[in-house]
Design a protein around this ligand. Structure first.
Ligand code: IPE
Ligand code: IPE
Ligand code: MG
Length: 240
């Protein structure tokens, strides 16, 4: 890995917590707990490497299909994460942001997350985006509805909608905290699909898939994935 060519925006589909736990005869929540620890290590390493935006997929719009017990366990873990890691985020000058629709989350989770977002709002180092109740299609539908409203109000002419106008209305396109498209998307656990993650933004992302379950994904694995990214030839449809 070349420390001088670190991608500005790296996104990760943290997958395999359940299988990691099953392999050890543990409940799924033990896997999520171990996954949270892995995430803490990756946030630290990404920040040390000078990554500008790190985005992790923590809960999809489809994850509501899981048992009530698993879902509430995941939100309890999230609350614990933002409470216990706030100091570390402050120390490392990391700004926390959320991508997704928080309105459907339990009140205590929303309060804990919003507090960490506002407490870290002045930090100028890495921006750490947690995709929570996030769906790529949901995000695009939201942008389309916003645009439709603006057309109705006469602020935009029909037929004048551009690529940029759509990008700006996605969760990743916010004026101040927008992170744009990820150069690199990593998925752990051997699955090779997007599962509704960053559908618009991934147009020219490089994908790195690893068989490692998320709780076993170490900072060394992370650097290996960046090294793999650096070996790719990115052409964007053009020619060398
Ligand atoms: C990823 O691990 C975490 C979430 C989706 C919340 P999984 O819980 O999907 O783990 P597997 O895929 O069942 O192993
Ligand atoms: C994607 O993983 C969502 C997150 C990692 C949060 P899933 O485990 O939910 O995806 P599928 O069901 O295998 O596609
Ligand atoms: Mg999974």
């Amino acid at each position: 890995m070349d420390k001088d060519r670190i991608p500005a925006h790296i996104a990760i589909i943290m997958d395999g917590n359940g299988r990691w736990a099953k392999q050890r005869g543990l409940p799924r929540l033990a896997g999520h707990n171990a996954g949270m620890k892995a995430m803490i290590e990756i946030v630290r390493r990404a920040s040390d490497l000078g990554v500008k935006h790190l985005t992790v997929y923590a809960f999809s719009t489809e994850n509501w299909k899981r048992s009530a017990q698993e879902i509430s366990g995941l939100f309890r873990l999230l609350i614990r994460y933002v409470r216990t890691e706030l100091k570390e985020l402050m120390r490392n000058n990391v700004r926390l942001m959320i991508l997704g629709d928080l309105s459907a989350l339990p009140d205590d989770a929303v309060a804990a997350v919003n507090r960490a977002v506002s407490d870290t709002a002045g930090n100028t180092g890495m921006q750490f985006n947690i995709a929570l109740n996030y769906g790529g299609r949901d995000e695009i539908v939201r942008a389309v509805n916003l645009l439709a409203g603006e057309v109705r109000d006469g602020r935009i002419e029909p037929g004048q909608i551009t690529d940029e106008m759509i990008s700006e209305r996605l969760y990743t396109g916010a004026r101040e905290t927008g992170c744009g498209d990820p150069e690199l998307i990593i998925r752990t656990s051997g699955e090779q699909r997007l599962s509704n993650f960053l559908l618009w933004q991934c147009a020219y992302s490089e994908f790195v898939f690893t068989d490692v379950y998320w709780p076993d994904f170490t900072p060394e694995e992370f650097e290996k994935a960046i090294g793999e990214f650096q070996s790719r030839d990115r052409r964007y449809g053009g020619r060398k």
